[in-house]
Write a protein that binds this ligand. Sequence first.
Ligand code: GLU
Length: 303
Amino acid sequence: MTRGRFAPSPSGRMHLGNIYSAVLSYLSAKSRGGEWIIRIEDLDRQRCKRVYADQVIDDLTWLGLVSDDEIIYQSDRDGIYQRELDRLKSCGLTYECFCKRADIIAAARAPHESDGKVVYNGRCRTLTDAERETKRREREPSTRIIVDDKEVCFTDGHYGEQRCNLSRDCGDFIVQRADGNFAYQIAVVVDDAMQGVSEIVRGRDLLDSTHQQIYLYEKLGYPTPQFSHLPLLMSGETGHRLAKRDQGTDMGYLREKYTPEGLIGHVLCLAGVIDRDEEIKRTDAVSVFNWDSISKNDIVVRY
Ligand code: GLU
């Protein structure tokens, strides 16, 4: 059975872009007769607050989107991430990194070679035990995973075939930060695998991260789910991806302007699934939903 999910980071009130991902992930799973769950991704203890998480759940409940399983909080799960990280460590796949971000940027290849992304050059991979010992006295290390020099390939359910050589385009990446917090990349993989998620629907901004995640799925021995990415909602005013700071799109405003059926209809109309911006019942939305009518180009929203 399909199991989809929505995994918001509660760093503020949700906006139209979050709701769009929530609704479409829900409809995709339900249209296949599947389940859909909510997971709160509050690893970043500075930015994420419990009150925002409560509000996220309240806003989703208002829309009629209810999790088919207990809602888990990543901030409760350090022990599980540690256990899985230890498995990677015991296979010799990780190493301590003492580099500062500024040094990594300075040492990176010319940005155009990696599409603007900073590629880590693996400097700390070859430190001797004695060098590591000395560096540990100066600063706490982060932990990186060693990547292979071969292509990671997958077929996105919406954007088709994707390939990336992690060694060339990303470099060894961080799985645990120097402050002890686990990186999004490992937490999301461990949770999706342990929660039996088989379909991941989310914004196209995370398409690039998917290669790192698939690499972790392989190294941890989990089955890889189906990934389907969505075009982004772009603000007509700023030309950027819709963000929490864009006025007039946060859930406080949207709940005043729309009924739950009206907001689901609005999202489906923006996505191109229905032609008219009008109320639609959740159950009817499940029946009309189909991926073929969703555009591949990003969608401009004007308010
Ligand atoms: N927590 C992430 C976010 O809110 C989404 C993670 C995911 O869907 O994989 O951006």
